[in-house]
Design a protein around this ligand. Structure first.
Ligand code: PMP
Length: 296
């Protein structure tokens, strides 16, 4: 995958610069120890022009993540949103994935770093997990212990856990992994939150051991509009094997339906599930700017 070409412009520390000429510091604390924070955002080509979906929520979460890691972010959420629109315009991008990254200057000690860099990059990216129903497996890896790090912060180093889980799942022939928390309850995917459906009700893990997904919050909103009940509760991997349907959700993955969890094939036809209603409503929600409570 080429993330940029010779014409691509990125935002870097106050300037728009050519991606191919941008450089970084090999002594960066982010590179050595994973201390940096980032976001994953999408812009959609809506009926009313290019719109960044829930930009403020994403940039507020970037601020939260930075704060948790003792990083001082030199831009407000509003400024970052305005910069991102300019970046999309400069790159002539309409439907795009946007990656803001806050990384640090040189510091080989385990102390906060004063030198803070902000880059924002954007590229065209299809649904991260594709459009096919996914075959998912229970990961032998657990999500990071919330007493070991701030799990609700989107920290660069946390993603080594995600890479291990996805790699291990793919090595066993699955599309994606599902991870438990430190108590053995289901937590989330390596880069997406998880819901399952049973008798028309959606179940998802409560906050505490998972990233507080902005797509997850959107699913709550859509379920309310569609009068679908959602329950946040702890559940075991075994309980998923009684579900009718299930999906992952995240900015990059959007709403991605599951075909099977290990040897258990979800029995309900996707088109008959409330999960499908959520998936279709999500598409509408992100792509119609003046979205109201439309009923499909
Ligand atoms: N969990 C993890 C571990 C993630 O990386 C992501 C993607 N940011 C999500 C959940 C979904 O979050 P969001 O809906 O805000 O993209």
């Amino acid at each position: 995958m080429n993330y940029f070409n010779e014409h691509t412009v990125i935002f870097k520390d106050g300037d728009f610069v050519s991606a191919k000429d941008a450089t970084t510091d090999l002594y960066s604390q982010t590179l050595h120890y994973g201390n940096g924070v980032f976001e994953g955002i999408r812009a959609y080509d809506t009926s009313d022009g290019t719109r960044i979906f829930k930009a403020k929520d994403h940039y507020d979460r970037l601020h939260y993540s930075a704060r948790m890691m003792h990083i001082e972010l030199p831009y407000s959420s509003e400024e970052l949103e305005a910069i991102t629109y300019e970046l999309l315009h400069k790159n002539n991008l309409k439907d795009a994935y946007i990656r803001p990254l806050v990384y640090l200057g040189s510091n080989m000690s385990l102390t906060p770093t004063n030198e803070v860099h902000v880059v924002i990059m954007a590229w065209t990216w299809d649904k991260y997990l594709g459009d096919q129903r996914l075959r998912v497996t229970l990961s032998p890896y657990q999500r990071p212990n919330p007493k070991a790090c701030h799990v609700e912060a989107k920290v660069v180093g946390h993603y080594t856990n995600s890479i291990l889980a996805t790699t291990e799942a793919k090595q066993r022939g699955f599309d994606e992994a599902l991870l438990t928390d430190q108590n053995g309850y289901v937590a989330e995917g390596p880069g997406a939150n998880f819901f399952y459906e049973k008798d028309g009700v959606l179940y998802t893990s409560p906050l505490g051991n998972i990233l507080s997904g902005i797509t997850r919050a959107t699913v709550f909103e859509l379920a309310k509009e569609l009068e679908i009940r959602v329950e946040e509760r702890h559940f075991t991997p075994e309980e998923i094997k009684t579900a009718d349907a299930a999906f992952f959700c995240g900015t990059a993955a959007e709403v991605a339906g599951l075909e099977a969890f290990d040897d258990y094939v979800f029995p309900l036809a996707w088109e008959e599930s409330v999960s499908d209603l959520i998936q279709r409503r999500y598409k509408l929600r992100v792509s119609v700017n003046e979205y109201q409570s439309l009923h499909i």
